[in-house]
Ligand binder design. Structure first.
Ligand code: MRU
Length: 351
């Protein structure tokens, strides 16, 4: 097995015992500034989630698990804890990992409440659970990396979208973790990173991670990807997911769907890499997935003034849905599934 070095400081980390705090890298400031936030309460964590200081589906799940513990530290009554969980649940709507983590915290709280309200004990249990999820996510990333790397050959040119690496998970990443693993195995890869409008997770975070890991690559405007795919300059497309419906339809960062359409047209493989915590068997198909609509000013303002006429309207859907029929394979920690995906998704989610 190859050794993949851990990079410090980690994306998120609980420091200390039950009186401690959640430390996380403020990703809005990267790549210019590496600042670690010290989060002591649930409201500050919700703010960090909403402004994308912490982001990426698996990282959101782990952060939410710590959030449930912070809520137990603050709540004077069970009702206050419920309200805090409701606020965490409302922080971002698309990444199902966040809901998965909160559902696990609620199961623990339900069992505990049958014995009476003991916030100190609940805090201890929820913190243990969050630490478990944290460790588990690191292991899931390594397993996805191993399965996915088998799909990559020496010399491949890969196109990826958004950021799916260490900044999006508690480990080496999902799609990016596959690239890191294949690179560590000695495979020679070249990675095209879409810049990922409007918040530039590809330019700010994926390019940063490519440099950190010493993987050669180049940045692309989002609109350039499909053209490069059709002109024969790309061999495979690897992306992550925020939610995978029961039939395999997959929500991911807006701009993923044009890559899948272009890949199908060019006859290239289009892979989704995600842990089983991103599966949502309760949602039958992509049409039912709630797509986050963010502040239009993220589109119109951006880093510089004068990008468009002042006050001009904009829409800002943060995700799109790729139909299952455009996906060549789903890579999870449990293995690689080819279409049709429904029965594998049911089995994986039930295990
Ligand atoms: O809005 P973001 O930055 O949270 O969106 C992240 C993505 O869309 C990622 O591709 C997805 O969460 C998979 S990450 C491992």
């Amino acid at each position: 097995m190859v050794r993949i070095p851990e990079i410090s400081p980690p994306t998120l980390e609980w420091i200390g015992d039950e009186t401690g705090s959640l430390q996380l890298i403020d990703q809005t400031l990267l790549p210019r500034t590496l600042k670690v936030l010290d989060i002591q309460d649930c409201a500050t964590l919700i703010d960090a989630i909403q402004r994308l200081a912490i982001r990426g589906a698996p990282a959101l799940g782990v952060a939410a698990a710590y959030g449930a513990a912070l809520a137990a530290r603050e709540a004077a009554t069970p009702q206050e804890w419920d309200q805090a969980l409701q606020a965490l649940r409302a922080s971002r709507p698309t990444a199902v990992n966040l809901f998965f983590a909160l559902a696990r915290a609620e199961d623990i709280a339900r069992r505990e409440r049958e014995k009476g309200w003991d916030p100190q004990r609940l805090l201890r249990l929820l913190l243990d659970e969050a630490r478990n999820m944290h460790r588990q996510d690191q292991e899931l990333c390594l397993a996805m990396g191993r399965h996915g790397a088998e799909l990559l050959r020496d010399g491949m040119r890969i196109l990826t979208h958004c950021n799916t690496g260490r900044f999006a998970t508690a480990g080496i990443g999902t799609a990016f973790g596959v690239l890191v693993t294949a690179h560590a195995q000695g495979k020679d890869l070249f990675v095209y990173a879409d810049e990922t409008r409007p918040l530039l997770q590809g330019a700010r975070l994926t390019a940063f991670e490519l440099e950190e890991r010493g993987i050669p690559g180049a940045l692309l405007c989002d609109g350039a990807g499909p053209g490069l795919i059709l002109s024969g300059e790309v061999d495979a497309i690897l992306v992550g997911a925020d939610r995978i419906a029961a039939n395999g339809d997959t929500a991911n960062k807006v701009g993923t769907l044009p890559l899948a359409l272009a890949a199908r047209h060019a006859g290239l493989p289009f892979y989704i890499v995600a842990p089983t915590t991103t599966l949502d068997p309760e949602t039958r198909e992509g049409r039912e997935i709630v797509i986050e609509e963010r502040d239009p000013r993220e589109v119109t303002l951006g880093p510089e003034e004068g990008r468009c006429p002042p006050g001009f309207p904009a829409r800002n859907p943060a995700f799109d849905v790729t139909p299952a029929e455009l996906i060549t394979a789903l890579v999870t920690e449990k293995g690689v599934a080819s279409p049709p995906f429904s029965s594998r998704i049911q089995d994986w989610a039930a295990e």
